[in-house]
Ligand binder design. Structure first.
Ligand code: SF4
Length: 175
């Protein structure tokens, strides 16, 4: 049972990976997060995920979409919650497309772990991406492991960011 997990960051991937592995899933991670600003922050999150994946023996790859392109997409509705819905759509659509093209049975996302994200909107966007690309969305309410994921990340000395990702969240706008 192969799953492609969209990984927003290493800390949110800790519990998500452990839970899916305990259920017998073979998990690979995809880092497609053009929302992250500035560039050096995106590098830091990617390198942290890479380090975590190496420690865990989890295949991981990164897809570059480009922050300008992401900005163009979300500019259709810059206020929350619209901006975040478009942001989820961008990342989950690419994940579902890759999952189908690369022969995974399922895709999912570590975004489902965060107690700060719009969980229902993530689920809706994932289901739509699933329909568009004909690949099954594997739903978990990872939020029950949110606290545990922070402990796991601290235990592994992983970098933990203080804001969601985009420049708007960095500046605390409409957060
Ligand atoms: S706050 Fe987070 S989810 Fe919302 S648009 Fe910014 S990066 Fe995306």
């Amino acid at each position: 049972m192969r799953v492609l997990m969209h990984s927003c960051c290493a800390p949110c991937s800790t519990f998500s990976l452990a839970l899916m592995r305990s259920m017998g899933y073979s998990v690979s991670a995809l880092f497609v997060n053009p929302n992250i600003y500035p560039e050096h922050e995106g590098e830091k999150r990617w390198l942290t995920l890479w380090e975590f994946a190496s420690l865990e023996g989890m295949p991981v790859c990164r897809v570059e979409v480009g922050h300008e392109k992401w900005l163009e997409t979300v500019s259709a509705d810059l206020a929350k919650p619209g901006r975040c819905v478009l942001c989820y759509r961008t990342r989950l659509d690419e994940t579902a497309r890759r999952a189908r093209d690369e022969g995974f049975q399922y895709f999912t996302t570590s975004l489902l772990l965060s107690i700060y994200q719009d969980h229902d909107a993530i689920v809706r966007e994932a289901r739509e991406a699933s329909r568009r690309h004909s690949v099954e969305f594997l739903y978990f309410d990872f939020r029950k492991g949110y606290r545990r994921s922070r402990e796991m990340a601290r235990g592994k000395h992983l970098y933990m960011q203080k804001y969601c990702g985009c420049e708007f969240s960095l500046r605390g706008e409409n957060r």
